[in-house]
Design a protein around this ligand. Structure first.
Ligand code: CUK
Ligand code: CUA
Length: 644
C-alpha cells in the first residue's frame, strides 16, 4: 500500500505531548472562572425542572448516571453492570441473574458508551443502551422505569469497546470487539505471538425488538484481527452502512508504540449491513458453537432470568467480499462520527495533526470504480483520496470525538491540547475554539449523533480535574463542563463533577422522555412474584427443610411479621418483602444485622428478596433503611436465631 507521508507524518510536538500524556494539559484555571452572566444560563431555580435529560457513562463504576441540563444536577445513578448496595442491585435474589455471564456472576464492569434508541433518526426516548468493556456485554435500560431491563453477553469478543452504537431505527445495536481473540469455537490455548494466524475480530449486530426492546444477536461479522475502537451508523443517504474505526492494523500482540503505530494509516471499516442481511437470507451464515448469557428482567414477576445460549450465526467478510471496505485513516483513529446528513464521516487519528472527513458519495463512487489500493486480508482498501471530502488542517492536538449541531458545524474534542474546536463541515475551516479543564474525552450535544440535534448546549467530559474543585485527597472527581453553543462563539457556563469516569453521554429534551411515560408505581394487583404477600393477611413464615421463606409486607410504618422466631443455625432465610404502598416515591428499605447481602430497596407494589444465612445464635434486629414517614424509626423488628 502506498504511503502519503506528507499527510501522516506525526508532528514532533504531538509526539512529545503524547509522551507527556496527562502532564500536557493546561496548568492553571486562572481566568477560566465563569462570570455571573454566563453562570445564570446554567441556573435552574429550586422547584423548576431541567430542559434536558443527560445520560452519562460511569466508566469504571460500571453504572450510568442521569443528570439534568443545564443545571448539572445529578438525579439518579442507574445500576447496570456493577452491584449497587444502595438499590440492592446484584444483592437481591431477583436482580442477581442480571449479572450472570458464561463465566458466572460478574459483579463489576466498565461502561464507556451510551446510545439512546431512535426512530427515523431521532431519539425516541424508549431505551438507552450501554456497553460492558471488560466482560463483553450490552445492556438495555428501559426509560419507563429507568431500570436495566436486559443484558446480553457477546461471544467471540474480548473487550467490547466499539459499542453500543445504533442504526437510525434501532434496527441494530452494534458491538465491535476491541481485543481480537481466537474465536470461541477453536482452542484458545495458543502462543500469544501467533496473533496473526489465530486471532480474529468480530462485530456483533444485535437486533432490537420494536415493541418490547428485546435484544438478540442477529449475526456476527468475522473480520481480520484488528482492534475496533468506535463506530457510527450511517443515516439518511448512508442508512444501511456502518463505520468503525480500527487500530493495530499491524496485528501486533503487544501495543508498545513501536509495534502498533508502525503504520502511517490505520483504517475506518465501512460495513454494508444491508448486504450482510442479504447474505444471511441466502443462507451464507455459519452456525458457530459459543456460550453466552442472555439476562432479562420480567416486569410481571419483578425477577430476572438468565439463560445460557450456545450458538451464533457468523458471516466471514473475507469470503463475502462486498460487505466490508477499508478506508485508510491517519494514525490510530479513535472517534468515527457521521454528520446529520449522513454524507460526512469524520475520522479522528489520536496521533494525527489533521482531521480527515470522508464523503459517503465519494466512497460509493470509489467502490463502483474499484478505486482500490489493493486488499487487506481479502478486504478491498479504498484509495484515501478517492473517499476523502477533505482535511481540517492543524485543528489541535489529539483529536478524539466529534458531535454535530445540525447547522453545518462539527465540534471535535482535543485531548492533548485540551480544547473543543468548532469547524465547518463543508469548507473545513475552524470557526471557534474553547479550552476545557482539562484533557477532554467525549463531547455531547443533545441529539448530536442523530439527524436532528438540539444544539443549545455542549458538554465536555474531562479526564483531569486538577484545580477545579476543593481538593479531596489523592483522587478528585472527574468533571464535566457545560458550554452554551446557541451563538457563534461557545461559552462555558458550568462545571459539574461526575460519577466514575465519564466517557460518552447522550442527552434529549425532557419531553422526549416524558412522552414515553415514566412508570410511577407498580400496581400491587399486577404483582406476580411467586412469594408476594399482597396484604398483611398473607404475611407468613413457611419452612421447607432448612429454607425459611418469610412472606413479609411493609407499609408506613411497620413490617408484618415484625417478630420472627423459629429460625435455626444452618437455615437459609429468604425475606420476601412486598411494599404495599401505592403512592409514588415511597420505597421501603430492609436490612438485617450481619447479613452479607447489603440492603433491599423495595418500590411500591414490588416484592424483593434478601437471602440471609445466620452465622450465630442470638437476636438480630432488622429495620427499614429509607426514611418513609414520621414513624420511620419505629419501622423495625427482631429475628431470633436458635441452635440447630
Ligand atoms: S473512549 Cu473514553 S474518551 Cu472508551 Cu469512547 Cu474516547
Ligand atoms: Cu419504611 Cu422507613
Amino acid at each position: 500500500m502506498e504511503t502519503t507521508t506528507k499527510y501522516f507524518k506525526l508532528p514532533l510536538l504531538a509526539t512529545a505531548m503524547l509522551a507527556l500524556g496527562f502532564q500536557a494539559c493546561k496548568p492553571k484555571n486562572a481566568g477560566s472562572a465563569v462570570g455571573g452572566d454566563a453562570a445564570a444560563k446554567a441556573y435552574v431555580a429550586p422547584g423548576k425542572h431541567d430542559e434536558f435529560y443527560n445520560f452519562v457513562s460511569g466508566g469504571f463504576s460500571g453504572q450510568m448516571s442521569v443528570y439534568g441540563l443545564p443545571s448539572g444536577r445529578l438525579m439518579r445513578v442507574i445500576p447496570v453492570f456493577s452491584v449497587d448496595p444502595e438499590k440492592g442491585w446484584g444483592y437481591s435474589e431477583e436482580t442477581k441473574p442480571m449479572l450472570n455471564t458464561s463465566h458466572g456472576f460478574v459483579p463489576w464492569d466498565d461502561l464507556h458508551h451510551v446510545e439512546m434508541s431512535q426512530t427515523n433518526g431521532e431519539i425516541d426516548g424508549k431505551w438507552v443502551f450501554g456497553n460492558a468493556n471488560n466482560t463483553p456485554r450490552l445492556a438495555r435500560i428501559d426509560l419507563k422505569t429507568f431500570k436495566t431491563a436486559e443484558i446480553i453477553e457477546l461471544p467471540n469478543s474480548g473487550g467490547n469497546h466499539s459499542s453500543p452504537f445504533g442504526t437510525e431505527n434501532s434496527e441494530y445495536i452494534v458491538a465491535g470487539t476491541r481485543f481480537s481473540v481466537p474465536p470461541d469455537d477453536v482452542n484458545g490455548d495458543v502462543p500469544i505471538n501467533s496473533y496473526k494466524q489465530n486471532f480474529k475480530g468480530h462485530i456483533s449486530f444485535v437486533s432490537v425488538n420494536k415493541e418490547n426492546g428485546e435484544m438478540d444477536i442477529a449475526f456476527q461479522l468475522k473480520t481480520p484481527g484488528v482492534n475496533f475502537d468506535l463506530a457510527r451508523a450511517g443515516k439518511a443517504k448512508s442508512h444501511g452502512w456502518f463505520f468503525f474505526s480500527c487500530y493495530n492494523t499491524e496485528q501486533a500482540n503487544t501495543l508498545l508504540e513501536v509495534n502498533a503505530s508502525q503504520r502511517d494509516k490505520d483504517f475506518i471499516l465501512a460495513v454494508n449491513w444491508k448486504k450482510a442481511e442479504e447474505y444471511l437470507k441466502a443462507g451464507k451464515g455459519k452456525k458457530v458453537k459459543v456460550k453466552y448469557a442472555h439476562n432479562k428482567w420480567n416486569e410481571a414477576t419483578h425477577t430476572a432470568t438468565s439463560e445460557i445460549k450456545t450458538e451464533v450465526t457468523v458471516l466471514d467478510v473475507a469470503e463475502l467480499k462486498d460487505i466490508c471496505y477499508f478506508i485508510p485513516c491517519p494514525k490510530s483513529p479513535h472517534g468515527c462520527d457521521v454528520d446529520p446528513t449522513g454524507e460526512y464521516i469524520v475520522g479522528s487519528g489520536k496521533l494525527a495533526a489533521l482531521i480527515p472527513v470522508f464523503s459517503f458519495d465519494k466512497l460509493q463512487k470509489a467502490i463502483a470504480d474499484k478505486a482500490y489500493d489493493g486488499e487487506y486480508e481479502g478486504i478491498p482498501v479504498v484509495k484515501y483520496e478517492a473517499a476523502l471530502h477533505g482535511e481540517v488542517q492543524k485543528p489541535g492536538l489529539g483529536p478524539l470525538h466529534t458531535e454535530f449541531d445540525g447547522k453545518g458545524n462539527a465540534y471535535t474534542s482535543f485531548f492533548v491540547s485540551s480544547e473543543v474546536v468548532k469547524w465547518n463541515i463543508k469548507d473545513l475551516k475552524v470557526v471557534d475554539r474553547v479550552p476545557t479543564y482539562y484533557s477532554v474525552g467525549h463531547l455531547c450535544i443533545p441529539g448530536g449523533n442523530t439527524r436532528k440535534p438540539s444544539p443549545k448546549y455542549l458538554i465536555a467530559y474531562n479526564k483531569i480535574t486538577k484545580d477545579r474543585y476543593l481538593p479531596t485527597g489523592p483522587e478528585l472527581a472527574q468533571s464535566a463542563q457545560l458550554y452554551d453553543i446557541s451563538g457563534e462563539k461557545m461559552q462555558m457556563i458550568l462545571d459539574f463533577p461526575t460519577i466514575g469516569e465519564p466517557h460518552y453521554a447522550q442527552a434529549a429534551p425532557a419531553d422526549v422522555i416524558k412522552n414515553n411515560g415514566q412508570l410511577k408505581i407498580y400496581k400491587i394487583a399486577d404483582n406476580k412474584h411467586p412469594y408476594a404477600a399482597k396484604g398483611e393477611a398473607e404475611a407468613k413464615v413457611v419452612r421447607e427443610g432448612n429454607k425459611v421463606h418469610v412472606y413479609m409486607t411493609s407499609i408506613r410504618s411497620h413490617f408484618a411479621p415484625d417478630n420472627i422466631e423459629g429460625v435455626r443455625l444452618g437455615d437459609e432465610v429468604y425475606f420476601h418483602v412486598t411494599n404495599l404502598e401505592q403512592d409514588w416515591d415511597v420505597p421501603h428499605g430492609f436490612a438485617v444485622k450481619g447479613a452479607a447481602n447489603a440492603e433491599l430497596l423495595i418500590m411500591p407494589g414490588e416484592t424483593t428478596t434478601l437471602k440471609w444465612v445466620p452465622d450465630r445464635v442470638g437476636m438480630f434486629p432488622m429495620y427499614c433503611t429509607d426514611f418513609c414517614s414520621a414513624l420511620h424509626q419505629e419501622m423495625q423488628g427482631y429475628i431470633r436465631v436458635s441452635p440447630a
